[in-house]
Design a protein around this ligand. Structure first.
Ligand code: MSP
Length: 519
């Protein structure tokens, strides 16, 4: 077991009936930023993602594609796996629900629920949406254009009548409400979403159908193999199977459960904030520490959908703009938790403004002047003025503020805080005018450049979780050893050593220049 505090962050596992798009990249990126931050902040981190491969939908898609379900899953799952490399995600594990370790965990959880008396056999008659993999009550349905019944999400529903096992969800209303209230309501965030979930629960919970007999592609119910587990029991269990469940005495489980922070899209909050904690409570296992629901992206104001042909492909985006600008934009542009619109123009503004102009130029200016005028060395500084000291102190004081935002999953605020400080250093350099001091007071110029370089070192260390590659380059330019880049090096302890030779500076953030239109 590690001496360090534990931090466990998970993405939803992605359905393999779709290729990866911006929505998937977004959730995983948020988790990646959290995981990277916590590693640099001294935590023992476990960051999990993976693919959700069972269910009727996959069975149907495989059939349409003329391949076996597992062949189908292997192919699509590998595309999600590829996305991890393209986006530079730092996950510690990748779980597929078709793996043996996972099926074993599902069956163990099921057996435990049976042993505790929370699962019983009955029969189900009601509405089911294959697309949503969800059961709906009559009252929840809406009318389609042709008068047909649709799920509240607009997905088609079918009337299902079959024998089914049920989970005693109705028995957990009060425990769930207590869970939402505990620890100042920090279990389900943001608050508006917690309120929605709580009112859903207060409205009364019906027992949940948790097995199907009409398809085969899934985890068989132990002892009654005609039944396949409802895909959400199967899918949600991934968060524990990756920790070695049912071995609850194993190091991983002991270390990381119930520390889990599940980051999910708002569309799947109910499964995570109602069903999942209830399954766990029923099995005598502590529910997760936090479930955070983020919003959805639209594309230039339109809902993203395959039929509209406006799906944003993360591979293409990275190809066109480069990785780190994409990572930065997605986390900076929209408050995490809110819906957001992907506008090309806003993207280019952020790329050229926040990155190339604000941070890139600051670094380029400082290091070019240093290389030219300070003998290619970190400058020897004189006494700091009050202004110098205030600048340095403000940068040294950033970590607790940024950390607080990260602990609230407010990635946009963490970045805003860092970029405000970048703005202050830019104002400082413009006011101090080292390019003028060069002629009038070279010693003072050296001090100003030192202050800037030291601020850049701290800012680059703090910005690593969002832009690991570019910040590594920036820290290389400042000759910071790889083992001196964690947050314990922020501030005085890791300060730049005057006289250290620096390499020839090079640009970190290219500006986006629109390709010439064909004549
Ligand atoms: N397989 C389930 C999750 C099981 S977790 C135990 C699933 N998969 S999914 O592939 O359909 O969706 C995964 C995530 O992508 C969800 O969190 C969803 O909110 C997110 N997004 C899908 N489209 C999105 C946008 N347009 N914008 C932002 N996120 C979106 O649900």
């Amino acid at each position: 077991m590690s001496e360090k505090p534990s931090y466990y962050v998970t993405t939803p596992i992605y359905y393999v009936n779709d290729v990866p798009h911006i929505g998937h990249a977004y959730t995983t990126l948020a988790c990646d930023m959290l995981a990277r931050f916590k590693r640099l902040d001294g935590y023992n981190v476990m960051f999990l993602t993976g693919t959700d491969e069972h269910g009727q939908k996959v069975e149907k898609s495989a059939e349409t594609a003329g391949v076996t379900p597992i062949e189908f899953c292997d192919k699509v799952s590998s595309r999600f796996f590829e996305l991890l490399g393209t986006m530079n995600f730092s996950n510690d594990d990748f779980i597929r629900t078709t793996e043996e370790r996972h099926e074993k965990a599902c069956q163990a959880l099921w057996t435990k629920l049976v042993d505790e008396g929370h699962i019983y056999l009955d029969s189900y008659a009601g509405w089911y949406s294959v697309r949503d993999e969800a059961f709906y009550a009559e009252g929840e349905l809406i009318d389609g254009e042709g008068g047909e019944k649709l799920a509240p999400t607009g997905a088609p529903v079918e009337w299902v009548e079959e024998p089914s096992y049920f989970f005693r969800l109705s028995a957990f209303e009060q425990q769930l409400l207590d869970y939402y209230e505990a620890d100042n309501g920090s279990a389900v965030m943001p608050k508006s979403r917690r309120n929605e979930v709580a009112s859903f629960v207060k409205g009364g919970l019906r027992d949940l159908s948790v097995s199907r007999t009409s398809f085969k592609w899934g985890v068989p119910v132990p002892g009654d193999e005609k039944h396949i587990m409802y895909v959400w029991i199967d899918a949600l269990t991934n968060y524990m199977s990756a920790l070695g469940y049912p071995d609850m005495e194993g190091d991983k489980f002991k270390e990381f459960w119930p520390e889990a922070i599940h980051v999910v899209g708002k569309d799947i909050l109910r499964f995570h904030a109602v069903y999942w904690p209830a399954f766990l409570m029923a099995a005598g296992i502590k529910p997760p520490k936090r479930i955070y629901a983020h919003g959805w992206w639209t594309n230039e104001g339109e809902k993203i959908s395959k039929s509209l042909g406006n799906v944003i492909d993360p591979f293409e985006l990275v190809d066109e703009f480069g990785l780190d600008p994409v990572r930065y934009f997605l986390m900076r542009e929209v408050p995490f938790g809110n819906d957001g619109d992907f506008k090309r123009e806003s993207f280019i503004n952020r790329m050229n403004g926040d990155l190339a102009n604000d941070f890139g130029n600051l670094c380029q200016r400082t290091l070019t002047m240093t290389a030219k005028n300070c003998d290619k060395k970190i400058p020897q500084h004189g006494d700091f003025t009050n202004t110098d000291q205030e600048m340095i102190d403000a940068v040294y004081g950033l970590l607790p503020k940024v950390r607080q935002h990260i602990d609230n999953q407010a990635m946009h605020l963490a970045l805003e805080t860092i970029w405000q400080q970048i703005g202050s250093v830019n104002s400082y350099i413009s006011t101090e005018e080292p390019w003028v001091l060069k002629k009038t007071d070279p010693e003072r110029m050296a001090t100003v450049l030192y202050v800037c370089a030291e601020c850049i070192r701290n800012l680059a260390i703090l910005a690593q979780p969002i832009m690991p590659q570019s910040m590594a380059k920036m820290l290389d330019l400042l000759v910071i050893d790889e083992d001196k880049r964690s947050f314990d090096q922020l501030g005085e302890v890791g300060r730049l050593v005057p006289g250290t030779e620096i390499p020839k500076p090079s640009g970190i953030f290219p500006r986006y220049i629109a390709p010439e239109a064909d004549a």
